[in-house]
Design a protein around this ligand. Structure first.
Ligand SMILES: CC(C)(COP(=O)(O)OP(=O)(O)OC[C@H]1O[C@@H](n2cnc3c(N)ncnc32)[C@H](O)[C@@H]1OP(=O)(O)O)[C@@H](O)C(=O)NCCC(=O)NCCS
Length: 113
């Protein structure tokens, strides 16, 4: 973990001094629902299990903090990310039309902890 505030936590993954991935999650004080803001891995490093490890870190931290759920939004056509989330038991819960600046819809997903 490289950053921790009252609400946000950020993890990074580096390889030989290069930052190759990161994840950002918020842990609100008043509700027991964490929210994943962003997770990304450099393209060259895709498919090596880095995304899964970053995601698992966030899930473990949420469990440690007794959070009940983790929510996220992901572009409907981002099959790679959706597959990763589903493998870690996130469920598809709905659609948000026009969520992204290019007009694309977002899929909402939820993990019950
Ligand atoms: C989504 C992302 C973070 C995954 O990172 P990654 O390090 O490549 O993922 P992993 O190597 O840990 O793969 C985890 C799972 O993702 C899925 N996955 C990986 N590559 C895939 C591909 N080419 N096609 C479909 N699914 C794929 C697989 O289910 C894989 O599980 P497995 O290892 O059991 O096969 C990465 O693709 C990324 O940075 N994408 C751009 C940013 C982004 O879309 N972020 C999500 C925004 S919500």
């Amino acid at each position: 973990m490289i950053f921790k505030s009252d609400t946000y936590k950020i993890w990074v993954c580096s390889f030989k001094g290069t930052l190759v991935g990161y994840s950002i999650i918020s842990f609100p004080k008043k509700i027991k629902k964490a929210r994943i803001y962003s997770i990304a891995v450099l393209k060259k490093f895709h498919g090596r299990g880095i995304g899964r490890r970053l995601l698992m870190k966030m899930v473990k931290e949420a469990q440690k903090g007794n959070y009940e759920k983790i929510s996220l939004e992901v572009a409907v056509d981002n099959l790679k990310a959706i597959t990763l989330y589903e493998k870690l038991n996130f469920l598809k819960t709905g659609l948000k039309k026009g969520y992204y600046s290019d007009g694309k819809a977002a899929m909402t997903m939820l993990l019950h902890l």
